[in-house]
Design a protein around this ligand. Structure first.
Ligand code: AVI
Length: 339
């Protein structure tokens, strides 16, 4: 085959691939911005393509990743007390879960709500319609008759309507708040607060500060699943933005600092190299050892959590914490906004 024919057919194949993978403007913009600053960054929200979501499921089942099983344990063992906080009186409840996933963690809590005899509609919200289908199936199988009204898409654009006689209880579990920066977390809490009325509640699952070795191992597991999860971001960029990242030339690096209680993940360039993006028509230069900051996971102290509640318009109702004090599920109540 002549060089020219080869170039034409590979360009045609690239065009076919591009047609199969729609161009996400927001992804393109955040990559161009994030890889053009002196400290390269890519937001962790881009981890969750199909493969990233699958790898995250694998992470949640790892021995080293204590967060999920500890949170499940609290929801199961303290479910009846939590149900009492969620439905303290005869008012019917709208239980609105942001980022519900497939509902595995919430099922036991809803079982406790049923045991309490509370009237409740579960309104799970997620960006994955597949996860919401799995959730609906799970509830139909294990808790038939329990009202579930899934909502797919942006939490705040799709916040469900309610009426004055019902108590809204928002839930944000899985330590997802910890993936936000300090300012981002406050912004998110205030947006939630804006949808709630005084007396409504917010249930949060948050990871606590603990032995730094335990935290670091959760983000640097010996099986290498977290490394694959982190590096999958580059595979996504190769597919969706036509970049030519060579995954063998990058590595996963995790840190945890007890000073600020933040676990951080990076993708480190193993050598000096230039990565080209066909679809963005630009190059990104990497020095040997240069790192892309891809994720932060905040670990909290009980004092930080209480201060966060006060500063975002809530009163702390209670903390449900596991025996070693590794993880907590907190219930906050929305207070009247100051005049
Ligand atoms: C989704 N989020 C709370 C996880 C965390 O622990 O920060 C994401 C994760 N990243 C690496 N492992 C898990």
């Amino acid at each position: 085959m002549s060089r020219l024919r080869y170039r034409v057919s590979s360009a045609a194949r690239a065009a076919e691939d591009d047609a199969a993978d729609p161009f996400d403007q927001a992804l393109a913009q955040s990559v161009v911005e994030g890889l053009s600053t002196p400290q390269k960054t890519l937001p962790s929200s881009w981890f969750y393509d199909d493969e990233g979501s699958r790898l995250f499921q694998e992470i949640m089942a790892l021995d080293a990743y204590y967060l999920t099983r500890t949170e499940h344990g609290i929801l199961r063992s303290r479910g009846d007390e939590l149900a009492r906080r969620i439905a303290p009186d005869a008012r019917p409840v709208d239980l609105i879960e942001l980022g519900s996933g497939d509902g595995e963690k919430t099922l036991s809590l809803c079982e406790a709500i049923v045991r309490r005899g509370a009237v409740c509609v579960f309104k799970p919200m997620d960006i994955s319609s597949h996860a919401l289908d799995q959730l609906s199936q799970r509830f139909a199988e294990h808790l038939p008759g329990f009202p579930v009204q899934p909502l797919c898409g942006d939490y705040f654009l799709n916040w469900p309507a309610t009426d004055p006689g019902r108590r809204q209880v928002a839930m944000f579990l899985g330590s997802n708040l910890g993936n936000q920066t300090h300012e981002g977390a406050f912004a998110l809490l205030r947006r939630m607060r804006a949808h709630l009325r005084p007396g409504d509640a917010l249930v949060l699952g948050l990871d606590l500060k603990k032995d730094p070795h335990v935290i670091l191992a959760a983000y640097d597991d010996p099986e290498g699943v977290t490394a694959r999860f982190n590096l999958n971001l580059l595979t996504r960029l190769n597919r969706e933005l036509g970049t030519d990242f060579d995954l063998d030339q990058f590595s996963h690096y995790a840190t945890y600092s007890p000073l600020d209680g933040v676990a951080r993940s990076f993708i480190v360039s193993r050598r000096r190299q230039i990565v080209h993006s066909r679809r963005l028509a630009c190059d990104f230069a990497f020095q040997a050892g240069e790192a892309i900051y891809t994720e932060q996971s905040q670990k909290y102290s009980p004092g930080m959590i209480d201060a966060m509640a006060r500063e975002s318009g809530f009163d702390v109702q209670c903390h449900f914490t596991d025996a070693p004090g590794w993880y907590t599920v907190v219930v906050w109540q929305a207070v009247e906004a100051a005049a």
